[in-house]
Every structure is written in C-alpha cells, then in structure tokens.
Design a protein around this ligand. Sequence first.
Ligand SMILES: [Zn+2]
Length: 207
Amino acid sequence: VSNGAALPSSVERLIEALSRLPGVGPRTAERLAFHLLRTPEPEALALAGAISAMRANTRPCAVCGHVSDEERCRICRDTSRDLGLLCVVEEALDLVAIERTGAFRGCYHVLNGALSPMSGIGPGQLRMKELFERIDAAAEGSPVREVIIATNPSPEGDVTLLYLQERLSAKVPSITSMARGLPFGADLQYADAVTILRSLEERRGVE
Ligand SMILES: [Zn+2]
C-alpha cells in the first residue's frame, strides 16, 4: 500500500496500520487517517490512548480465557455462577453475544479458535488442554454436569464439536450443542439475542 511520495511517511504508516484491520481496505484506511488528521488533537490522541490502555490493562482470564483486567475475569469471579454448566465457545466475542441475552448463568471456556485441519490448526493451537485439565480439576469439588459446545455452525465448528464430544464423553455426563439452532455459516457473535436464546433453550445432546 503506497501513495508514492505524496504523503508524509507518518501518515503512510498510519494508513498501512489501519489497512491491516479486518474489513478495512486501503481506501477506507486513507479516509480514516485523514479523518484523524482533521480531528481535534485531544480526540485523536484519546483513541491512541485507549488502544494503549486496553493492551496494558487486559490479559486472558487464567480460568476461562476471556478478556480480563484481573487474573480471573468478572464471570469467573462471580460466585452466583453455576460451575457445573460449562459453555465452550470459539472466541471471547461469542461469549459476549451469549452474555448479552442475560439468560445463561453457567461458566465459559474460550478456545481461541476452532480446529481446522486445512489451515493446520490442531488441538495444540487452541485452549483444549486447559479445558480438559479444568474439567478434571473440577471433578474433585464441583463437577461439571453439562458442557454446552457453542462452536460456530461451520465445517471448523463441526470438527471441533466432534473432537470435544469424543474427548469429553467419558468425563462429563451431558454434552450438548446449540449450533443446530443457528443457520449454517452464521457466526454466533453476529446472531441476535433471540436466536441465541432459542438455540440455548433447544440445545440437544451430541450423538
Ligand atoms: Zn474467566
């Protein structure tokens, strides 16, 4: 992405950084950069500050992998949550989408992706080991009764679902899936609350 010598290198650098964001092409990146050039300085710097502060003040929750500002995230610290009900999602944004319904009172586990043999993503690249260890550790105190596998309705989501079902069937009494309530190819994080609620309520055992 180059505009030749027409722009100062600092502007070029910002355009290049912006164009690496998802859904932002080179033309949009240019427009955003010029918008920031015209924006009052405090406002533009507030954006830079917000990015720095977010990166400095967040880390993955040590238990579930959700975005957190402490060692354990707000959900894992909430003692009213049902430890026996565990919902496995691909991304933290899927968790956010389910939380938006306000109907789920269990806990979560964020995998950070889905299995994809085509792209070489195996269990080792995801937070699978943490999930199995967590379920084993819970067996002592408050065992997990049900794992809801809320992977996306996609080929990768299905591979992940089957893998988890195979690995967890001996450890957990009930393994359910809510993917069937969502249209194939529709990401959980973009689904509306009513659709998510319905697929949660109509979750089925994985055969
Ligand atoms: Zn957590």
